[in-house]
Design a binder for this molecule. Structure first.
Ligand code: LLP
Length: 435
């Protein structure tokens, strides 16, 4: 459930008409609903209670400070994968001990920074990383709390680019090496073993792979405890999928995911950490765009928008489906016709949908891409020197611009022309050529 609904024939974000925001900020822009973010967070809270647990929002899904802030106010921790995300989580007010630092390639500088602020857990993905972290911690006179991310060799049955739990993927320590790695960790002066971590992929639409992975984690936890290691926390990662096509998607419910967690690891008396990103932020955001042209082609029509692959790359990158709806509600029963929905970028990959059945639309009309709150703005770029789309945050009848559109001056000023190119003729070069 989200709070983007039609009211009197126009799409609203909570109590704000999307067209009013468009009039103020221009298009394209991202629009987030606080009530939807909060609702999704609460759904996880309810699904996991009464287990002792911490929901570490995966900041990578949407790292706007307003989004992180709205969640941490409700008690969320954060899952971060870079110093940049860590700084964002801290700036949004997340307590350091509620932050888990994940990622397969943490640098020593990032580790030192994370230790200095006191993050609650490092999710370590290899022996090499463990040794580096130990060295950094010893040098800083600290102990790094760690969970080893194990790779359970489970097929998440999701898109290959976002599947992470197979042994062929770059993630985690193979199950067979876990015991040895833990024993090594326990002997390291700069390391404190606190938990076990797993994450098998994103946009999972079936609970069975989770079940297989969580069972393996439960077995490993018992084994490790049997050999005297104090495993007090189990981090199960993120990955629960969301409905992208409202008409036919029905991914598992958080309630059933919670029940599965209780069934598989609930009796171990450990604190349960989960790292959901998409399910919290995905349907809490839309990308709003304006039709620039309806181009009549040969045998097909193109709806050319002012949003492009640089704003929302998921269709180009994962062949992802996003529902695209007009801001003016179509009259019931109106005839729909197939169009290719595209952006203005000069490559064919800049296509959001092919042959999509759409109601009649004309230049100047507004449309919204649904489910753009996760992996939307965070994956955007300035390709084609298109300014990053601004982000707008709505709560009830208020909205605020939580990241504004950069000006062209700001964009150009980030570049610099080297001195030797600034004059028309380069004398040094001219001289060497003898001409
Ligand atoms: N924890 C770890 C260690 C992760 O790698 C991820 C996502 C999450 C948690 C959050 O997963 P979620 O609950 O959001 O599924 N850009 C892709 C998704 C990449 C996901 C990467 N890792 C997309 O647009 O589909």
């Amino acid at each position: 459930m989200d709070h983007f609904l039609y009211r009197d024939g126009a799409l609203y974000a909570e109590d704000v008409a999307i067209s009013d925001i468009a009039a103020e900020v221009g298009t394209p822009f991202f629009c987030y609903s606080q009530a939807t973010l909060e609702r999704h967070f609460r759904v996880f809270e309810e699904a996991l209670s009464p287990l002792q647990h911490l929901i570490c929002y995966a900041v990578k899904a949407n790292s706007n400070l307003a989004v992180i802030r709205s969640l941490t106010r409700m008690g969320a921790g954060a899952d971060v994968v870079s110093e940049g995300e860590l700084r964002r989580a801290l700036a949004a007010g997340v307590a350091p001990e509620k932050i888990v630092f994940a990622g397969v390639g943490k640098t020593r500088d990032e580790m030192a920074y994370a230790l200095s602020v006191g993050v609650g857990q490092f999710n370590v993905e290899s022996l090499e990383e463990l040794e580096a972290l130990n060295a950094v911690a010893v040098a800083a006179g600290r102990k790094a709390p760690i969970a080893l991310r194990v790779n359970p060799d489970v097929d998440a049955k999701t898109h290959a680019k976002i599947s992470t739990g197979l042994s062929e993927n770059k993630f985690g320590v193979p199950m067979a090496q876990a015991q040895t790695a833990y024993t090594a960790a326990a002997d390291m002066e700069g390391i404190e073993v606190v938990g076990v971590d797993v994450h098998i992929g994103s946009q999972l639409t079936d609970l069975a792979p989770f079940e297989a992975a969580f069972n393996r984690v439960a077995d490993l936890t018992r084994e490790l405890r049997g050999s005297g290691l104090g495993i007090r926390r189990i981090d199960l990662g993120g990955g629960l999928g969301i409905p992208y096509a409202r008409s036919n998607d029905a991914p598992p419910l958080p309630f059933d995911y919670g029940a599965l967690i209780k069934r598989t690891v609930g009796d171990l008396g450990a604190e349960i950490v989960i790292e959901p990103g998409r399910l919290i932020a995905g349907n809490a955001g839309v990308l709003v765009s304006r039709v620039v042209y309806l181009k009549k082609g040969e045998g097909r029509d193109f709806l050319i928008l002012d949003a492009a692959m640089n704003d929302l790359i998921r269709p180009a990158m994962y062949d992802a489906w996003h529902d695209i709806v007009p801001i003016q509600e179509p009259t019931p029963g109106v005839e729909r016709a197939p169009v290719d929905v595209v952006g203005p970028v000069c490559e064919t990959g800049d296509t959001f949908a092919r042959g999509r059945e759409m109601p009649p639309l004309a230049a100047g009309d507004l449309v919204a891409f649904r489910s753009a709150g996760a992996y939307g703005a965070v994956m955007s770029s300035e390709y084609n020197t298109r300014p990053l789309a601004p982000e707008v945050f709505v709560s009830r009848d208020r909205f605020d611009i939580v990241r504004r559109r950069p000006t062209y001056d700001e964009i150009l000023r980030r570049d610099h022309i080297p001195d030797w190119l600034s004059s028309d003729v380069d004398p040094a070069h001219h001289g060497r050529d003898g001409g």
